[in-house]
Design a binder for this molecule. Structure first.
Ligand code: GLU
Length: 355
């Protein structure tokens, strides 16, 4: 009897010690984390261990990615699902809708505590913001990728995947909207952008990250202030397509012809990536005035890479809206979603200051 009791005591203290030291919880107590794989460099395979370019993105399946990091199972009951396997420079509105709908279904399940999306880094920030505006759940949704293919020496994908599962499994991460996690840095979907073509330290937010993974444990220092997920009116669950919105890049020598072509191609909105504070070349401005008169919603953003676009009377009087501090590719997403709700310029402008 005495020895049974002492065995129980030893087991109990081992369990307490295990929890304190961050050892794995019993399987049935671990949160469920679903990994949705979409492709990218994290699933990329190169001909040699030293190659970090010239590889094929989106060539390995979710099972291979998960097998490479068995440690993810120490922190969550993990299962994977392949949504697509593409290089994210080929991302489409239709795949965004599919992904958002699937996340909404999964997030409604009791056994799912958090969701991880693996993605190519090229358009990762866009998918993150689209999901941030359309996922209707407070559960952690983490989007991650890699800058080096899975076959490279010092591939960054495995640690990014492990950290993402740990973040998605952590209750502290709830209510932050969609988070981007690479290179130990946690950023919010609205503000983060890819800043470097090849460096592993490429994702940055101008107002600083939300937090960091410190030895696998999340520490938060900021909160997203703009409304997201459950606090937006954007519900894509019944949508099969999104309004056509083009981004047009302003440069010296612009002549309005690309604006005309966008209108001809059926644009419902145009985001103008203007010079400086969203300034518009005179020739493009004339074409945009015509477009606005034909019902196309025009939003000014900036090609500078940081700062907000402040209203200018010269443009406001033509009905052009300002895109706040969203970069052009993210202003496009908000305008697409706004156009699913309203064509009222005042209401759309208000959305740009809220989300
Ligand atoms: N262009 C590829 C993609 O976006 C590779 C970039 C990456 O994943 O780092 O999927």
């Amino acid at each position: 009897m005495k020895s049974k009791l002492s065995i129980a005591a030893v087991m109990l203290s081992a369990m307490i010690l295990g929890t304190q030291c961050g050892f794995a919880a019993p399987a049935d107590q671990k949160p469920g984390v679903k990994i949705l794989a979409t492709g990218g460099t994290i699933a990329g395979s190169a001909a040699s261990k030293t190659a970090t370019s010239g590889y094929k993105a989106g060539s390995l399946g979710i099972d291979v990615l998960m097998e490479a990091v068995p440690e993810i199972k120490d922190y969550a009951q993990v299962s994977g699902e392949q949504v697509c396997n593409i290089s994210s420079n080929n991302m489409t509105d239709e795949l965004w809708l599919k992904l958002s709908k699937r996340i909404n279904e999964l997030a409604a399940q009791k056994d799912v505590g958090g969701i991880v999306v693996t993605h190519g880094t090229d358009t990762l920030e866009e998918t993150a913001y689209f999901l941030d505006l359309t996922v209707k759940s407070d559960k952690p949704v983490v989007i991650t990728g890699a800058m080096r293919p899975a076959t490279a020496i010092s591939a960054d994908g495995p640690m990014n995947l492990l950290n993402s599962v740990r973040l998605a499994a952590d209750k502290k991460a709830s209510g932050n909207g969609v988070m981007v996690l690479l290179n130990d840095e946690i950023d919010n979907a609205r503000d983060v952008t890819k800043t470097n073509t090849t460096s592993v330290d490429t994702f940055k937010s101008h107002n600083g990250p939300l937090g960091f993974m410190n030895d696998g444990v999340p520490d938060f220092y900021n909160k997203p202030l703009r409304l997201h997920t459950t606090k937006t009116p954007f519900d894509v669950r019944n949508l099969t397509s999104l309004p056509k919105v083009y981004v047009i890049y302003g440069t010296a020598g612009s002549d309005g012809k690309i604006v005309d072509a966008a209108v001809k191609a059926g644009a419902k909105g145009i985001v103008y990536a203007g010079t400086g504070n969203g300034s518009i070349h005179q020739q493009d401005k004339e074409a945009l005035i015509k477009a606005a008169k034909a019902g196309v919603v025009v939003v000014r953003s900036s090609r500078t890479g940081s700062g907000m676009v402040v209203p200018e009377p010269e443009y406001a009087k033509e009905g052009f809206l300002d895109g706040d501090s969203l970069n052009p590719q993210k202003a496009r997403i908000l305008l697409q979603l706004a156009l699913t709700k309203t064509h009222d310029l005042g209401e759309i402008q208000a959305m740009f200051h809220k989300y």
